[in-house]
Design a protein. Structure first.
Length: 288
């Protein structure tokens, strides 16, 4: 991987979701208050994002704020496509990076509520024989609950897939086989791990009988009205896609995917994340 690719600013494809429970008014009136680009209590957010895109720390950003059961403000900043001068909007689609984990957790809990997945059963019950290697500890301790809590002993992995790679990216089952092994006994301690959610991705596929992306689209995205959320950006959604740039560059990088999808590689908009937040805040808290 080239140094330019290693320095990719995924923060450049930035989606922010604020859940506003209380209101704080800044002591001084920020500039946005004079132009009414945001409610006064949110001017600090608007001003900060404006400074970020103007300083080239990130080419684009989007924010959506929910309060009292509705979206009270949303706005885009900067450009999602510098070559064509496409402005960012609340509907712009960004790489979610680790926000992907929250959406995967929704899918896992949905399957648990349907009694199609036991949170405390060994994941090996659902997998192909011999798929996951357990180097230490009991395989029975590797459960969906432990994976969600990142205490299953699965190490951290993130894989960049580029459009010009000679080899195709590995499938989710291949990722589990190669990188989803258990390196230390489950339940001992917390270890931040994208691959824990890569294992959960394959678990969703196996428990639901549908591909992970299909299950999310059918059971989460469409029912929640998340029309700009996806595992892969389709041609129909390309006009909304935020390009990925290295710092200081105007040439978009050919980043195809961040694997595992469930841990880092989903795509969504600030508006859709606000819809998800509203739906979850309005739902009874699931029993873990």
């Amino acid at each position: 991987m080239s140094s330019a690719r290693q320095s990719t600013r995924l923060g450049g494809a930035l989606a922010l979701l604020a859940l506003l429970r209380t209101t704080t008014v800044a002591a001084q009136q920020p500039p946005c208050a004079q132009t009414r680009t945001a409610p006064p209590q949110l001017c600090s957010i608007a001003d900060r994002l404006t400074r970020i895109v103007q300083s080239d720390s990130s080419p684009a950003a989007a924010v959506a704020v929910v309060q009292h059961g509705r979206i009270v403000w949303e706005r885009g900043f900067g450009q999602i496509d510098r070559a064509n001068h496409v402005p960012a909007t609340p509907a712009s689609i960004f790489f979610l990076a680790s926000v992907s984990k929250s959406i995967t957790a929704v899918a896992v809990m949905h399957l648990a509520e349907q009694r199609r997945l036991d949170l405390d059963a060994p994941v090996s019950r659902y997998f192909e024989p011999g798929l996951q290697t357990v180097h230490t500890g009991s395989p029975d301790s590797v459960t969906a609950r432990a994976l969600l809590q990142m205490t299953a002993g699965v190490p951290h992995v993130v894989r960049f897939a580029w459009a010009d790679d000679i080899e195709p990216p590995p499938t989710e089952a291949e990722l589990v086989r190669k990188f989803g092994f258990v390196a230390f006994a489950a339940g001992r301690h917390f270890d931040y791990s994208n691959m824990s959610f890569g294992v959960l991705q394959h678990l969703v596929t196996r428990a639901s009988g549908r591909p992970y992306g299909t299950y999310l689209a059918d059971e989460v995205f469409r029912p929640f009205g998340m029309l700009h959320t996806t595992t892969r950006v389709t041609e129909a959604l390309k006009p909304y896609e935020a390009k990925v740039y290295a710092r200081g560059s105007s040439a978009a990088l050919p980043l195809l995917a961040l694997q595992p999808d469930a841990g880092a590689g989903l795509h969504s908009s600030a508006h859709d994340l606000a819809l998800l937040a509203l739906r979850l805040l309005d739902s009874p808290t699931p029993v873990l």
